[in-house]
Design a protein around this ligand. Sequence first.
Ligand code: NAD
Length: 260
Amino acid sequence: MTQPKNAIVTGSTSGIGLGIATALAKSGMNIMLNGFGDAGQIEQIRQDLENSYGVQVLYSDADMTLSTEIEAMVAQAETAFGQIDVLVNNAGIQYVAPVDEFPTEKWDAIMAINLTSAFHTTRLVLPGMKARGWGRIINLASAHGLVASPYKSAYVAAKHGLIGFTKTVALEVAEQGVTVNAICPGYVLTPLVEKQIPDTAKARGISEEDVKRDVLLKAQPTKKFVTVEQLGDASRFLCSDAAASMTGTSLTMDGGWTAQ
Ligand code: NAD
């Protein structure tokens, strides 16, 4: 029997990260969860994944803005699991403001969480993956890693940067059995997006349903939100042998947004 694989998924206490952690657990991987939230709810998520899929699930509250905490999280996972085979860099935040009014601390936080944390996790897990000749790194970029929208300068810059980082690392480890890919979702109805809806409705004087259809899904030709289950299945595919020749790529899952 082959050894179960072990995965770290950053920002997996909610939304897309939780969807991906669930899909990977379902495929038999042990999981290191990470992110913020209510301690009781996170413990419930951890236990539910263990009980549902018979895998080992750990949790780290490491703050992705701090390299020392990222180092501790990776060390904790390596000690418990023995090795890390799959890394999903998913933690991310958003802030919307015109660039000349953009709070500098928000810019710094977005760069740290959405971009620099992926550098730290990658540099820490890569030596083991290279030594074993197998690894999968998946970076959650965005349609905003390929195209821009106004008032999202930090997010768009970080996500474009993450795609550049993905390509570079993919080339560096191409001969060593490690693939590095980005997934670029369009809008997914997670807490990150839900938080924007009431304010947008108020600002535009329209209903929350109208915000979803006429603002959020305006650029998404399918007029449907991408689901966390679809992103989980795409991640499972990227971890499979069928995806061994896919590296350095950006897998768009944006309902046709960037085809326009
Ligand atoms: P979410 O807000 O539901 O989840 C974000 C996760 O990151 C949570 O677990 C949160 O606790 C964690 N997190 C936030 N700050 C952290 C920090 N400093 N340290 C550790 N963890 C931290 O968001 P989501 O929509 O699931 O987004 C996940 C990723 O997908 C992000 O990178 C986001 O940019 C990207 N994305 C989201 C959408 C969308 O429409 N929701 C679209 C494209 C890309």
